[in-house]
Write a protein that binds this ligand. Structure first.
Ligand SMILES: *Cc1c(COP(=O)(O)O)cnc(C)c1O
Length: 371
């Protein structure tokens, strides 16, 4: 294996000289933030690339999530998944909302729609599902339940940049969808995020919310926050966007090779046969079953010893962290599928610069243990 550790992900950085013209423009104009020209351009470019109507850029995905909940005035209890990055539930706590954890479906690893209804109480105001690993939720069933009980739906779409179902962007579903452009994500502005809005009025409301509540120089109409994306980050996004198709195409190749080598290997299960949807190959999760000669953690250690650093996303479950543990719905008996998957999952390295020879080596290491 290579001398440097192979991380689970690594950002794609275009040649530095491609960024210079953007920097020169910022230096020339001295416009650094507050919805400058690059901010404006990136919002437009993303709407076009993603095939959505309205986007509001943010400083990061977590502030975007917190603001999305504010924008819809969500209170009380919100139904969400324990199988995600901890920011999903943290955004609820930051709004004084009580998370109610519902188990996941064992194939999609997303919120199981069949288990949502029994978790609804008179305090429930919304559902906060995650398109985990960029794999679409069962949006139709979730919307049906939301309609029936008059609940809002906010999708944590942090993994789902560029993902489509047969009708178009997965981001068009629900009341709002939230993206993250963190350095570890498929599309990155180093730090960044966005809210996808269904109409201009909602976008304007969110634009005010992310700028302290200012609607003009003298008028503050709500207790907003500072969630603005800077011009540097927006420029990085514009540059990333020029390379995004190429980088996702390479991810797809890595995905195909892992699948070719690992599918059918005893005790290993590859997830997410993408079917009809357009995938972004953000992650390559595998499940290590009891038929595999090593436990998940033994395989994890073995790979680490060989310079490969896979990640156990999402272990521990959000519901196992101390600030959530005491909530009744966080109990493991309520979340048997999520608990089971969290103990089996391993996310293998997948990123734009990952060499195919290294992918072969990683796959061989995993196969070798079975001989
Ligand atoms: C990355 C991530 C976030 C947080 O996004 P940041 O931009 O890092 O704040 C939220 N939810 C999920 C599922 C994520 O993976």
């Amino acid at each position: 294996m290579s001398k440097r550790p192979i991380f689970v992900t690594q950002p794609f950085l275009p040649p530095l000289e491609e960024f210079t013209p953007y920097l020169e423009k910022i230096w020339e104009s001295k416009i650094l933030t507050n919805g400058g020209p690059f901010h404006q351009q990136l919002e437009e470019a993303l709407c076009e690339y993603l095939g959505v109507k309205h986007i509001s850029l943010f400083t990061n995905g977590t502030i975007a999530l917190i603001t999305a909940l504010q924008a819809l005035r969500i209170t009380g209890e919100v139904i969400t998944t324990p199988y995600s990055f901890v920011a999903t539930s943290h955004a609820l706590l930051w709004n004084g909302i009580k998370p109610v954890f519902v188990d996941i479906n064992p194939d999609t690893l997303n919120l199981d729609p069949n288990k949502i209804e029994s978790a609804i109480t008179p305090q429930t105001t919304a559902i906060l599902p995650v398109h985990c690993y960029g794999h679409p939720c069962n949006v139709k069933s979730i919307q049906n339940i939301a309609d029936l009980y008059n609940l809002k739906v906010i999708y944590d779409a942090a993994h789902a940049f560029g993902v489509e179902d047969t009708g178009g962007s997965i981001l068009r579903h629900g009341d709002l969808s939230v993206l993250s452009f963190h350095a570890t994500k498929v599309f990155t502005t180093f730090e960044g995020g966005a809210i996808v809005c269904p109409n201009a009025k909602t976008k304007q409301h969110i634009d005010h919310l992310k700028n302290f509540g200012f609607v003009d120089e003298m008028t503050v109409v709500m207790p907003g926050i500072n969630g603005k994306m800077s011009e540097i980050n927006a420029a990085l996004g514009l540059l990333q966007l020029q390379h995004i198709d190429k980088t996702i195409a390479h991810r797809r190749e890595v995905d195909r090779l892992y699948r070719k080598r690992l599918e059918g290997v005893k005790g290993i299960r590859c997830l997410h046969d993408t079917g009809e949807s357009v995938a972004n190959h953000a992650y390559f999760p595998i499940l290590i079953g009891p038929d595999y000669p090593l436990t998940r953690d033994e395989l994890y250690q073995k790979l680490k010893n060989r310079g490969v650093q896979p990640r156990r996303y999402f272990y521990p479950l959000i519901s196992d962290f101390p600030m959530y543990r005491g909530i009744p719905s966080a109990h493991r008996d309520n979340l048997p599928v999520a608990d089971n998957i969290a103990h089996k999952v391993l996310c293998l390295p997948i990123y734009p610069d990952l060499e195919m020879a290294v992918v072969e080596e990683i796959a061989q290491l995993i196969v070798l243990q079975t001989n």
